[in-house]
Structure formats: structure tokens, C-alpha cells
Write a protein that binds this ligand. Sequence first.
Ligand SMILES: [Zn+2]
Length: 177
Amino acid sequence: MSKARRSNDWGFPRWRGYGSGSAAQPVRMCDRAGCTEKGDCPAPKSPNSPERWYFCQRHAAEYNQGWNYFEGLTAEEAAEREARERSDNSGYREAAHYGWAGSGDGTRSRDELKALDTLGLDPDADFEAVRKAWRAKAKEVHPDVKPGDEEAAAQFRKLQVSYEVLRAAEERREWKG
Ligand SMILES: [Zn+2]
């Protein structure tokens, strides 16, 4: 098994020339590990995050199933809804950057609270606890541990997104000092 195909290469943008022969434009590949389809379905990494995964249609659908917030929506609808919410809540965006105050004082965003809940943590859990919970829970449902188990795969993606939300919040907090 080549290293690049391991499922832990998620999160790294994958680019390559699309189509063989002709002057290949670089085209974004699906971010799902091992997938060689064109990644033209943007999927928010979290409901209020400007960051996007880019998946093929099949994986975008799978990804969205793993994140209940977008359940039943197509990737496009999900992205649209997310963009709308972000503009509607623009007044709160600055406040969200101060999230993760560490004391459960209500400064955490809804996404962070949901992510903490997914990881089985209290609202005032610190990032070390997040890291531990993510590692422990992800290990149980990792595709390497449960190959071909769709339910486990969906749970794994949900945990992964939750961790990503909380990690991003932690980074924002560090930048702000
Ligand atoms: Zn794909």
C-alpha cells in the first residue's frame, strides 16, 4: 500500500494535471484519500468555516452525511446555507475569533460546542483533552481498523470534522494571544 493512499493524508490539498496528454490544466482532485476524481464540490470544513474540502460528488455526499448539520442537503445547498449563515451572523464573527476562552464562559461558538459534544467532552474541556478524546475515539472507528464499515467511516469523519473545528478555534486563540 503506497503511503499517499493512506487515509491519514486527509487535509492536504491534492493537485495534479487533469486528463492525460493535452495541455493539462492543474485541477483540484477530490480531497478524499485515494480518490482520483475531480474535486469540484466544495464542502465546508465546519458550518461557519470559510475553509473548504473539495470532493467529488460521491464523496461530498458521503461527507455531508457524516455531519448532521448538513444532513439531507446536497453539497451545493450546504455551501449555500453556510455562506448565508455566515453573512447573517457577520456581527458575531469577530466574537467567534475570541472563542475557546477556556473557562466555559459562553464564548465558544455553536460549532465548537457541537464538536465538543461529538467528542464526548464538556464545554470547558481544554485542547489537550480534545486531542486525547479525538485520538481515542478516532482509533476505534479508523478505516484502517474497520475497513469497509460505512457506519464507522461516517463516525470517523464526524470526529475528524469536530477535531478540525476545535483545532482551528485553538489556533485562532493562539494568534490573538
Ligand atoms: Zn472522491
